[in-house]
Design a protein around this ligand. Structure first.
Ligand code: TRP
Length: 334
């Protein structure tokens, strides 16, 4: 059975962008692969080192969202990154295999560097060694369980390419040790926001969270961006540039054909259409929110799931690291 590794930074609750961009896919894949899902608290600290409470609190929120979304703890090992110190050790070994200029060339990093400079000043003081190196640590996350497959969103592809380069170099120098991990993009690697933004993202403040209540969802949907040329409810419009239509498709409205043709013919007002979408999203999230409530009421069970997931990962990482130390001639006194 092939091994999957993937995960998220615990910096907030998960939203529909996460669900349709990756969670849905993970839930499907977990039955066919040995699946490891990491809650990347160490990586979250690269940007939040001065806010440990935020990271700590969100480890639980993300775990609840995973379980709510249908990650089955009998199928998947959900684990906490900082509890696998082997990852830190492997990060150090890997850091010899990547140049600083290569790290700066990583397109996702490059974008984040520009963002930081804009926010905190051009002198580069906000670019820490830990931040620059997080793709190396991410390569170690993947290699520590010797994963074959890493399902990710679009922005993670450069990190995967970098992980592959590091692993190839390691294998060449120290002997064949790791699988070359393969990125798998989900069907919808990037989910647009209801506001028409290219991405549903916490920093853009345009998210519907998996745990949002009915009133919040309705309000957010009523604010969604529609075809700006449609002024009156019986004007014909273009669903292809309407975020409401886009979300009708995502949540698989069974009447999608009617939604489309009525909209084009001017037989469907936006308010009506938004109300229908809000109802469908609420309905869609119902089982997810019921599962979330089940686990919210049972914190000990969530702890047990995280502990067991972490223990299973640790066992696997110890096996892998034993081989790493042998191959690197670091197996003293064995
Ligand atoms: N970088 C990912 C994110 O921002 C989280 C992550 C950490 C990850 N390590 C990983 C993803 C390893 C896939 C594989 O959400």
């Amino acid at each position: 059975m092939k091994t999957i590794l993937t995960g998220d930074r615990p910096t907030g609750r998960l939203h529909l962008g996460h669900y349709f961009g990756s969670l849905e896919n993970r839930v499907k894949m977990q039955y066919d692969y040995d699946t490891y899902i990491l809650i990347a608290d160490v990586q979250a600290l690269t940007d939040n080192f001065n806010n440990p409470k935020k990271v700590r609190d969100n480890v639980r929120e993300v775990a609840l969202d995973y379980l709510a979304a249908g990650i089955d703890p009998k199928q998947s090992h959900i684990y906490i990154q900082s509890l696998i110190p082997e990852t830190a050790e492997l990060t150090v070994y890997f850091s010899n295999l990547v140049s600083v200029s290569r790290l700066f060339r990583n397109p996702t990093t490059k974008f984040e560097v520009a963002q930081k400079k804009e926010l905190f000043g051009n002198d580069g003081e906000s670019i820490t060694y830990g931040f620059l190196g997080y793709p190396v640590s991410q390569a170690a996350d993947i290699a520590c369980v010797n994963a074959n497959i890493v399902p990710v969103g679009e922005d993670q592809l450069p990190h995967l390419e970098q992980a592959r380069e590091i692993v190839r170099k390691f294998n060449k120098i120290y002997g064949d040790t790791f699988n070359e991990p393969e990125a798998v993009l989900s069907k919808n690697p990037r989910i647009k926001g209801l506001d028409g933004n290219e991405k549903m993202s916490k920093s853009l403040n345009n998210c519907i969270y998996l745990s949002d209540d009915e009133e919040t969802i309705t309000k957010k949907v009523m604010d969604a961006k529609t075809d700006p040329n449609k002024l009156r409810k019986d004007d014909p419009a273009n669903p292809d540039i309407c975020m409401v239509y886009y979300y009708h498709q995502l949540i698989k409205n069974p009447n999608i054909e009617d939604v489309c043709s009525e909209c084009k013919k001017g037989e469907r007002g936006c308010v009506f259409c938004k109300k229908e979408l809000a109802r469908n999203i609420i309905e869609f999230l119902k089982p997810i929110q019921e599962r979330r409530k089940y686990y919210e009421d049972r914190p000990d069970e969530v702890d047990r799931i995280l502990k067991e997931g972490t223990e299973a990962t640790k066992k696997k990482a110890e096996e892998v690291m034993k081989r790493v130390r042998e191959n690197m001639k670091l197996d003293y006194f064995e």
